[in-house]
Design a protein around this ligand. Sequence first.
Ligand code: ARG
Ligand code: ZN
Length: 879
Amino acid sequence: KAIHLSDYAPPAWLIDTVELHVDLREDVTTVTSRLAVRRNPARAAEGPAPLVLDGEAMELVSVTVDNRLLQPADYAVTAESLTLPRLPEAATVEIVTRIKPQENTALQGLYKSSGNYCTQCEAEGFRRITYFLDRPDVMARYTVTIEAEKARYPVLLSNGNLVDQGDRLDGRHWARWNDPWPKPSYLFAMVAGTLAQVEDRFVTRSGREVTLRIFVEPGNEGKVAHAMESLKKSMKWDEDAYGLEYDLDIFNIVAVSDFNMGAMENKSLNVFNTKYVLANPETATDTDFLGIETVVAHEYFHNWTGNRVTCRDWFQLSLKEGLTVFRDQQFSADMNSAPVKRIQDVTRLRQVQFAEDAGPTAHPVRPESYIEINNFYTPTVYEKGAEVLRMYRTLLGPQGYRKGIDLYFQRHDGQAVTTDDFLAAMRDANPDAAVDWAQFQLWYRQAGTPVVEADGAYDAAARTYRLTLRQSLAPTPGQPEKAPLLIPVTLGLIGPDGADLPLRLEGEAAAGGTTRVLHLTGASQSFTFVDVPAAPVPSLFRGFSAPVRLRFPYSDAELTFLMAKDGDAFNRWEAGQTLATRLILGMVAERAAGRAMTVPPAFVQAVGATLARAHEDRSFAALALMLPSEGYLGQSMEVVDPDGLHEAREAIRRTVGASLRAELRRLYGECREDGPFAITPEAMGRRALKNACLGYLMAAGDAEAAALCLEQYRSGSGMTDVLAALSLIADSDLPERQACLEAFAAKWQGEPLVMDKWFTVQALSGRPDTLERVRRLTGHPAFSIRNPNKVYALVGGFTANQARFHAADGSGYAFLAERVLELDGLNPQVASRMVKAFARWRKFDAGRQAHARTQLERIQATPGLSRDVFEIVERSLDG
Ligand code: ARG
Ligand code: ZN
């Protein structure tokens, strides 16, 4: 059942053109596909080969070869394929199939969302529309004719240009689209429905006028302005930063409310989850606005990194995803605050990708085998993949990186290639770079998060500072042995006055700057700096220069020093996180030993210092005030203690809130909205800081804070403030709690995306009755197990609630298993994403493990399980 990278072979046949005719009817949709196929010359030496087309979940009506109707004896059909054993070297194959999009709950292939037809073909959805060579290294030119009832489906869209359209006498109409760019089937898309559109325009740097359209359900036209602005900014940025220009006259985005993922980069017809398109300040938070900017950019950037140059096979997924995530990160950093964006990206990486790396589903950025490819759209392929791209840039510098990118497009435009091809372009464009490329390649091949243990020794007499770095990488499933990686270590040395020292390594003639990139290549390596006037405090992995866990024996005082003085904003933040982590874990240990938890005054002082500097950069201050999440803290424990972590973290929040009350109140007041509502980095920073203060004040639990919070909930301008207040209320014992939640639902029942937030704040509540409430909410009229956003909001939200999901009695696990089994028959992809919450089960105590195992085995024993869920459960139980 498993597919292996080592089994890759080029396709025996190629498809040059596809003419699709899709006849949409309420009872059944008929797809006629005319394929110009020919033997792949690269495999001609092997002699005649059958044409084996992929296809599933449809009914075959007829097959014609060169206009001759085949008899059933002339071909073979299985549940997953159609084989034509004898074909001439080149032929025209016409296949008619029938499908029922209205019954498609998996949301792969052609399906219906709110009465409109739409598609999702990545990775293997096209084979649910028609028989095809459904693999990314088969690239064809598509002409698509869509026919439907005009009154119900006035808008008919596909990739490329509209070339013709017409009405029929019976109330039906049709439209024909042609995409001049050859593409793999996963980039095919079509849409038919009643949709409103907002139009704009972008002129490319060479003067091409591009019509931009965003299609939404009627009534939502007022919520697309931010997405449209983001699109135009992305188009401009890609020209400026990468020299990449758009290549068609139309760019369409369609927003649909039922979508398994965030969005999809289909050529010139991006299909988006409404979550990443619709926003106005009343309904969307600042985080939503930023998410829209990033995802719009991400999908647009795929036009070059993914579409013009695509993947040879799905093991290469990170070729397009890692690169495109890195590009969207760079874009968002340029549009907002670069350090803030970096902190947010690293937080996410550690929270989800480090967790993946530490568990049974750990896999390399370029996996070696899979059972179900949809299971590999992971934080490792996406986020760790983006870190690999960032390391190329760190090692080569911005210019060397750009040279590599240019060579990559020069060599591979129009091709389906591998991550090795990408690496070769980077290497060949930088022949003088001192990079061991074979070693760098291990980042694609080895799973797991490296640990770097560092130590420093200052020799006052010799005025030298010797930094020793040791790297190790624990075994992961299928990879017992690991080799040392090439780890770029961006560092500075900070003198006692807080200024960076000039850096000169032993043997160098002169100092070269105050921040440098060291190459850690061995298992253990020392670097000696000379001319060091006084004992420095090292600032290591500035900007998080490699996806590793660093261990350095900093004293609390040194961390406090770094929090205040480090010239690198990321490491200023990092020092605070390290200090907080140390403190919380110490408190958890105290509690486990039966002693009272105490919060050291030094920590409160450090937070006080952050508050005092907060006006310098409010977004940064808001992040600096954020304690590490319970989930991330759990990664540092031999056996995760979810209750201890929750209580220790709450205790700190209470103590800080009570001790710094006056200061928090003052800052809160200072950050209130003063002018008109704006979505600028400045305004967002102000709101983030204000809400961080409110969180601490509420944790202290006094009446004044409660009044402030209720007031913000009732009269807050904009969803950011309203939701921040509501989350705190939902987490509290305030008597107004229930009434506030009900009022919110009554007000927003007509806004599905706002109701998602309402489900999430309740699922994330630390209150002991959370599971009971979540169970009840699965029966709420606004909840639907068939809508992925609802499942992610409520069930996904609950699994992210470590203290409640990992309840000692196993009740959280039982709840999740029920939802997974309910979902699996409807939407395996969503079921599989949910079941991944079990993957960390072995990190907990024996009692919890027993409960988790029971539920995993219960799922495993269920007949008819999807490949998606089967693969994750299997790995979880084995690993
Ligand atoms: N390529 C899309 C993106 O990252 C995601 C598609 C996900 N599809 C899937 N079957 N998992 O923008
Ligand atoms: Zn992507």
